[in-house]
Design a protein around this ligand. Sequence first.
Ligand SMILES: [Zn+2]
Length: 176
Amino acid sequence: MMDNTNDDEKFMRMALREAQKAFEEKEIPIGCVIVKDGVVIGRGHNQIEMLKDATAHAEILSIGTAAGHLENWRLDGCTLYVTLEPCPMCAGAILNSRVSRVVYGSPDTRFGGCGTTVDVITGNALKREVEVVGGVLADECLGLLKAFFQQMRLEKGDSGNKGGSGLEAPGPSNEP
Ligand SMILES: [Zn+2]
């Protein structure tokens, strides 16, 4: 198999740019791109607040745009890059859409669905083979999230979270 390291970092930087868009829209900064044959065919960032939709995660929106691009819901041969480990909902969507490979940045110690808190992918009942690679540019991905929560706390006078998004303070900082 080829060494994917350079490409993985290149595409993770594109996912980080998507996450930055979320940051600027005051959404939890998580971004995603979907790549097939070296070409980006889908992209998205968390838009839970804007769309008032708890399912509007970066991965779900990206899977939708990739399927639209291909005019096919089957994403065989595609790699999904996302800045934070997919949650169980998104891991399920990854299986259903037949994505072949998942590359994530920071592990999510609160609600990671690809092995950190639960593992939806390994040994899945659909018998889909999905390669999972974690920790690509993890520090940068987590750093963006930390910067976001820090800014939100400053803007709100440290009154804590407003609830609902289910993704407050992911990452190692959330450990008891
Ligand atoms: Zn998700």
